[in-house]
Ligand binder design. Structure first.
Ligand code: SF4
Length: 454
């Protein structure tokens, strides 16, 4: 049976993992990241899997057109089918409402995808959603086994760049955090399930053989590797150091990055390991300089802890990137000024600013749905310093904070016209994207959208 996996614009780790599972189950699998060419690639496919990682994919005309064309072609080809998996499967009602597809593979898909492909849609398969007699039927997902075959790695993986890495790899699943804007704990659970080092290393060696020169350890909090295996409920420092040492032996330390770490799960030992066995950067989700906002975001930490973690990393010789979120529904001008103040004080090495995006099913999506547009910074007209630029309040804060951060970094950037325009364009694009996602969410209010269930 011929299967085509479409992972728009990027070979995501999840799409490569599913590809490997299907290959080893005996399917003939092709992985493509080009939605424009997907119709040709899938011309003789029996089944298409759309691996989607952004809510915006549901509004992407390339993907919508491809799904419809494949479905209409299927009428002439008998029992061809198109299924959707990936992070957006957390809100199957919206996926089935927006895309012309046969089913959604909900949650971790390694096992349910094989069952679905072998048997077709059935209520006996866990973790799928489909239409039946006009109703959406969703079966309960269950966590997949953490052991699995090597991924399906495309020949051009070495030319991919995701924040400088050719690919991300997974060392564990789950997160013990509960950040209100994040879907990781709901998708992968709050119990940490760690892979064996030997499995991780075999996978990295295969990536390297296929042309990968730089890897990043994916999402959540890297230092939670093997969390819960020791008696104390804290970072398993020994396991984390052993992991980094083993990865560095294969890739070379300067080709490994540990993108995200919670500020409450770092210590001197963890930071020294990051210094010695990776490219020497840590990325913290600082989000805001206001304790009120950190509470609203359910970060579980305050500004004092954020500043402590930044300073600790700096003392250990580790460069610090910080990510910030602006435009949370209740963020006031005073909250925003506190974020600017924190950036001024901390001399970060790099800063990423995002407008709060309400991913369906998250606490943030509930807040957004409960907030009138007139009070939501995503829609409020900005009437301050940047009035002439005709921005929303979220866009203005995103733009202002990005510019501000450029001047306050440990090595400040020179503000050229090019940089100014790039920051402005990025803020505008983020504003458009978040408004589109919010409107989508509002359309599904009260229609089985999981963000309305609590
Ligand atoms: S710590 Fe990171 S992965 Fe965990 S809930 Fe918060 S944002 Fe999500």
């Amino acid at each position: 049976m011929k299967i085509v996996i479409v992972s728009p614009d990027l070979y995501t780790y999840g799409a490569m993992v599913i590809g490997g599972v299907l290959r080893d189950a005996g399917f003939d699998v092709t992985l493509t990241k080009n939605p424009d060419a997907a119709t040709a690639t899938a011309a003789d496919a029996d089944i298409v899997l759309l691996s989607l990682y952004s809510t915006l994919h549901l509004l992407d005309e390339r993907i919508r057109n491809f799904a419809s064309a494949f479905r209409s072609g299927s009428a002439a080809h008998g029992d061809r089918a198109i299924y959707v998996g990936g992070p957006i499967s957390a809100y199957p009602e919206i996926v089935l409402g927006e895309l012309d597809v046969d089913a959604v593979i909900v949650g971790e898909g390694e096992e349910s995808t094989v069952e679905l492909l072998e048997n077709g849609i059935s209520e006996d398969i866990s973790g799928i959603a489909f239409r039946s007699d006009g109703e959406i039927v969703t079966t309960e997902p269950k966590p997949a086994r953490i052991e699995r075959p090597l991924p399906l790695i495309p020949a051009d993986i070495g030319s991919q760049s995701i924040r400088g890495a050719n690919t991300y790899i997974e060392t564990h699943r789950g997160c013990i955090g509960a950040c209100g804007f994040c879907q990781v704990p709901k998708f992968f659970g709050t119990k940490i399930r760690s892979r064996e080092i030997a499995d991780i290393i075999a996978e990295i060696e295969e990536f390297k053989r296929c042309g990968v020169r730089r890897i990043a350890i994916s999402g959540g909090t890297s230092s939670l590797y093997q969390y819960g295996k020791s008696k104390s409920k804290s970072v398993n420092t020994g396991a984390f150091i052993e992991l980094l040492q083993a990865i560095a032996r294969v890739m070379g330390p300067r080709n490994v990055s540990v993108p995200d770490i919670r500020v409450d799960y770092v210590s001197e030992e963890v930071l020294h390991a990051i210094h010695d066995f990776t490219m020497g950067w840590v990325y913290y989700g600082i989000e805001s300089g206001s304790d009120e906002m950190l509470k609203a975001m359910r970060k579980g930490v305050d500004s004092e802890r954020n500043i402590y973690a930044i300073e600790l990393a700096q003392q250990c010789g580790v460069k610090v990137g910080g990510s910030f979120i602006v435009g949370y529904p209740e963020e006031t001008a005073e909250d925003y000024e506190m974020t600017k103040g924190l950036i001024e004080e901390t001399f970060l090495d790099d800063v990423f600013v995002s407008i709060a995006e309400p991913i369906p099913g998250t606490h943030l999506s509930e807040l957004v749905l409960a907030t009138d547009d007139s009070e939501n910074p995503t829609f409020m007209e900005h009437v301050g310093e940047y009035k002439a630029l005709k921005l929303t309040e979220s866009e203005a804060r995103c733009f202002d904070l990005t510019l501000h951060a450029q001047m306050c970094k440990a090595v400040p950037s020179i503000l050229t016209d090019q940089l100014y325009q790039a920051c402005l364009a990025d803020s505008r694009q983020q504003g458009r994207d978040v408004r589109a996602v919010t409107r989508l969410l509002q359309r599904y209010r009260g229609r089985g959208d999981p963000s309305n269930e609590q």
